[in-house]
Design a protein around this ligand. Structure first.
Ligand SMILES: [Zn+2]
Length: 505
């Protein structure tokens, strides 16, 4: 039964509640009701493609790479594995497969493995249908109940995945332990007629992998040494880190052979794609009644930090830098602005570059550092990443701008130290005193110099950009000041990649 026909028939007829009523549906087609989950997904997928509907809503940046490969795997009725670093939406894609299932399917009431009333595989259901015939009650299982997920760890047992003999049930029913009716089913049989996702597949022990292979191969399972034939109908999908997966001995070869497709995921290819994902996932619409505006250039900085981290040699490439880094950084940045607004009693506030630094705790925990990075410390690395990111975003917005007047203002002895909790008006006033600075905020999307919050934040971004490019100096004690003429030895100490000598705020 397809998603469309089941909805149609249900709006016109009461939903069948027994096997007899099910067979009595006017357009009843046993073959369609009893098709395998892979055929069901195939059919629904083809229809979505033909209609031009989105296949994986909420997944961005995979339209031309990952999605077509998943589609091919599903059309081929293959089990597949997503190989990728953390934070590449692998689990999310697997969960999204639910949308390719029928809205609901009929199952035998009370069956632990969701038996098809027309084709039951468990003994309890076969006995029940033999006894009750067309009066056998059926239930309708919604598609979101048809996805079962397990994070693989070395301590996952056969009992967890396949099942175990339940001695209590055996005693109660007066059954032999080898009787099928005494089985307590594991996750995989419970995913029957649905999708079973295993995250981090290489972490499963070899023994469990053999068990999985036997299911995929023959539908045979063994519980406590008792062979049992249970031809389960399951789409198996997996995720793994590519290095774990390709490492010798981590995955038994016969299991690998039965996985139809290995599909590589990736991080966003462009800052814009990353920003789309981050904007979708981050919690920025706060309920405090305060208006917190995050300028576009700061969103670019946040995303650029992740891009820089992914390229940085001091950050471990094997574990990657999750998309959760920019997501939590953006959330933390918003909170920093929110906190300032609350302290200053302001109703509306614009996030500033200092709020990115306030989000350091959201950055440091999300990078695994190489030895060289460990020596420097996560905090220093994160500050350097922010500085580089600011510099990149600054360069994008200001290609041919002459900032000499601004730099000169500092060289003539000007210094600017903004107190951490200065309110918007105070900051705007102070920044407006710097000659030539406010002239350029239009390039950052701020048309009105009198718009204090936006103008002050943009002006501060310019100063931070000049500092990132070493055109002016900055320290915690003094704020922004003129960069002294560089001595040769000093230049050596300030080569890019070195930590800033002093910290911001
Ligand atoms: Zn059953």
């Amino acid at each position: 039964m397809t998603a469309s026909t089941s909805t149609k028939s249900h709006s016109q007829h009461p939903k069948p509640r027994t096997l007899g009523e099910l067979k009595g549906i006017p357009d009843f087609d046993a073959g369609s009701v009893s098709r395998s989950v892979k055929d069901e997904i195939r059919g629904n997928l083809l229809r979505l493609i033909e209609r031009g509907e989105p296949l994986f809503p909420g997944i961005h940046g995979y339209e031309d790479t990952v999605v077509p490969q998943i589609v091919n795997a599903l059309l081929s009725r293959h089990n597949f594995i997503l190989l990728g670093l953390r934070g590449q939406a692998k689990s999310r894609i697997l969960r999204g497969l639910i949308n390719l299932l029928d809205a609901e399917i009929p199952v035998v009431v009370g069956c632990e493995i969701n038996d098809d009333p027309l084709k039951p595989i468990c003994r309890a259901c076969r006995e029940k249908i033999a006894a009750e015939g067309d009066n056998t009650p059926i239930a309708w299982m919604p598609r979101d109940s048809r996805y079962v997920e397990k994070l693989a760890t070395p301590d996952v047992t056969m009992a967890d995945i396949i099942g175990d003999v339940d001695p209590i049930r055996a005693a109660r029913g007066g059954r032999d332990l080898s009787d099928e009716l005494t089985i307590h089913y594991g996750l995989l049989p419970r995913a029957n007629r649905g999708i079973f996702g295993i995250n981090e597949l290489p972490d499963l022990t070899g023994k469990i992998q053999v068990g999985l292979f036997n299911i995929m191969q023959e539908g045979d399972i063994q519980i406590k040494g008792y062979p049992l034939r249970l031809p389960l109908d399951v789409l198996l999908v997996f995720t793994a880190n590519p290095e774990d997966y390709t490492a010798r001995g981590k995955i038994i070869t016969p299991l690998k052979d039965r996985i139809g497709a290995e599909i590589r995921t990736h991080y966003p290819a462009s800052i814009e794609e990353g920003m789309t994902i981050t904007a979708q996932e981050a919690w920025v619409g706060r309920d405090s009644g305060k208006k917190i505006d995050v300028p576009h250039y700061l969103r670019q900085v946040v995303e650029e930090i992740a891009f820089q981290a992914r390229e940085d040699k001091r950050v471990d490439k094997r574990s990657g830098v999750s998309q959760r880094l920019p997501i939590t950084t953006l959330e933390s940045l918003v909170s920093s602005a929110e906190q300032r607004a609350a302290r200053n009693g302001e109703k509306a506030v614009v996030a500033r570059v200092a709020d990115v630094y306030a989000a350091l705790p959201a950055i440091t925990g999300k990078m695994e550092l190489e030895y060289e990075g460990e020596l420097k410390g996560a905090d220093t690395i994160a500050r350097e990443l922010i500085r580089t990111a600011v510099g990149r975003v600054f360069s994008k917005h200001f290609t041919d701008i002459n900032f000499q007047p601004v730099i000169q203002w500092f060289e003539l002895g000007g210094e600017l130290k903004l107190p951490e909790l200065a309110n918007t008006m105070e900051r705007h006033q102070q920044l407006s005193k710097i000659q030539g600075l406010m002239e350029h905020i239009g390039k950052l999307g701020v048309p009105d110099r009198k718009d204090a919050g936006a103008a002050a934040a943009a002006a501060e971004m310019i100063l931070e950009g000049l500092w990132a490019h070493r055109r002016i100096g900055r320290s915690e004690e003094r704020g922004y000041y003129a960069e002294k003429p560089k001595q040769p030895d000093q230049r050596e100490r300030e080569t890019p990649g070195r930590p800033p000598r002093r910290q911001f705020n």
